[in-house]
Design a binder for this molecule. Sequence first.
Ligand SMILES: Nc1ncnc2c1ncn2[C@@H]1O[C@H](COP(=O)(O)OP(=O)(O)OP(=O)(O)O)[C@@H](O)[C@H]1O
Ligand SMILES: [Mg+2]
Length: 362
Amino acid sequence: MGAGAAGPAGSAVSSGDPAAAAEPEERELEAALRPKNLDDFVGQERVRKQLALVLAASKIRGRSADHVLMSGPPGLGKTTLAMIIAAEMNAPLRISSGPAIQHAGDLAAILSSLSEGEVLFLDEIHRMSRPAEEMLYMAMEDFRVDIIVGKGAGATAIPLELPPFTLVGATTRAGLLPGPLRDRFGFTGHLEFYSVAELELVLRRSAGMLDLKLTSAGFAEIAGRSRGTPRIANRLLRRVRDWALVHGIETIDARTASAALDMYEVDARGLDRLDRSVLEALVSKFNGGPVGLSTLAIAVGEEPETVETVAEPFLLREGLLGRTPRGRIAMPAAWEHLGLKMPGNAVAAAMLPFDEDVVDDV
Ligand SMILES: Nc1ncnc2c1ncn2[C@@H]1O[C@H](COP(=O)(O)OP(=O)(O)OP(=O)(O)O)[C@@H](O)[C@H]1O
Ligand SMILES: [Mg+2]
């Protein structure tokens, strides 16, 4: 299968998912639970259908598939889909990431060693360096790169033909991709948060693979606390499994699941420690906001990017947090969720019209 053929080619290539769970055992388990083909991939109906069409057409044409961009919050299946694309195309897969490609030469080394039809997965593609990005434009469009030899006035560009390949880019921040790069992808799949019903299916599949017994209500309880995210669902399932094991429980029902998850500080709405500390900071330190992203990030002791890509999308979707031109605000539901009464002046701030596209950084 394609995914297994990922091979190292220099330091810019990694064999795993950098954003995956930190512990090696967790990472291994996560890899084991990854669906291997489109049929096993739960949910994301639209993206799955569109992708199936792109792949089927390229098979009929006998060509490598068009370049594909996957965008969406962490843990929704971007890396999984990249691996599925390679597997479905019966093509080898090469994995690297934007941060690993700091020089155009890093990218040239990868591109020049690709074989025909190979799938090149570039994770966090928005974090690639500018010169590498420009090299990628030409490679994507004309399957050609110019290798610069020498320096200064004596430098010459040696053109190098590349075999046709499929680039699969993944990003949690599609807005940060320069237009010319975005335009060179033949297909962009926007991954959405999963419904509770879809997460139940993800959990059923994982439980089967891990040989765990759960009641329907047990699955529902975990799914409801998984923030619309399969990676979180699988992680919570493993924590509930640990809890059940230690307490000698064979069949996991809703009560077991909820007792275990309460212990891990995942609340009934699925908010974890980071989500809650963002809301608590907003409410208690800034009277509900508005407050700029960087200030908010400092208040919770996190990087702005972590707050923006990990906590915010879910809080926005749940109507707990709002983005205004003047910064982030706690929505009425946030006060309610924290068991607090919203003061009148915070109500006024929350009621101002706000624009989701504004990326403030005051
Ligand atoms: N549609 C799905 N069906 C079943 N399992 C899924 C699905 N999507 C994701 N998963 C599971 O969730 C885990 C995380 O998915 P994946 O690594 O593809 O996310 P990602 O979008 O690449 O995240 P990141 O932005 O952090 O890199 C996988 O190990 C896989 O087991
Ligand atoms: Mg990934």
